[in-house]
Design a protein around this ligand. Sequence first.
Ligand SMILES: C[S@@+](CC[C@H](N)C(=O)[O-])C[C@H]1O[C@@H](n2cnc3c(N)ncnc32)[C@H](O)[C@@H]1O
Length: 285
Amino acid sequence: MVGFKDLNLQPYSDKNLAKIETELLQQALFRCHGLDFRDYSFPSFRRRVRRHLVEEGIPSISALQESVLHDGGALRRFMEYVSLGRKAMFRDPVFFTALRERVFPLLKEKPMIRIWLAECATGEEVFSLAILLHEEGLLEKSRLYATDHNQRFLASAGAGIIPLNGMRESTEYYRLAGGKRPFSDYYTAAYGFALFASELRENILWGRHDLTSGDSINTFDLIICRNVIVYFNKALKERVLKMFAESLEDGGILGLGHRETLRHCAVGDSFRDINPVQKLYIKEA
Ligand SMILES: C[S@@+](CC[C@H](N)C(=O)[O-])C[C@H]1O[C@@H](n2cnc3c(N)ncnc32)[C@H](O)[C@@H]1O
């Protein structure tokens, strides 16, 4: 029988250990909470995990795993950290100007406009789009499907509130995006939150959806998915873009984030550029 002292145990390098611990963390999040980060770009996921450890003063990835499995608050803080970038309404105002000037004219004649915001986070992008559609007289005939894999984000956004502290930046972005009214007309401020007017929220449907499932939820005239597929590995990116292509009507439009592209992707040939800088593409018949 081999004793422990006879085993030729090689010391693992810190780098190898961090890789194993990160993979175990991904497994744990998936198996315990159904949160699937296994096909995210590994280096970028690991980078975010490392930064989170520093910010929270957690000594190791294994210790983080322990806490996200047993402590709901720790899981919530981790999810917010790995999921959210900077939050503001009308962020990248030029993208919203391009929607107004190049995309809405293509949708105007439709009897009904179905739009999917496929990772709506805490709602900033959804309310921005609702305001834009309202100002162009299109909100009434639009249905906005706002989805995210984070249930907590959906709960606050679904209540129509976002934190008030980002509103100064949002007001400036709204102006740069060609906003037509005083921005504060659209919300009421109370207790540190901005509550959006109910007319803006009536046609928004909120629901949990995980892009890693590869499942669609309907067919759409416009799909917007900005700043998340950049974190996916190549295979997952291809799967999600194929699902978007299949979920769009002919002539439907796809909007991606500024670091994301359809170039070199299998579905790229099914689309033509509307605005290559703002990553707006139209599906060809
Ligand atoms: C950086 S935020 C982008 C939000 C918004 N589109 C923007 O650009 O401001 C990324 C969002 O994607 C969501 N997300 C990440 N992975 C997802 C997945 N597999 N399925 C659905 N949503 C996901 C996160 O919860 C987060 O709300």
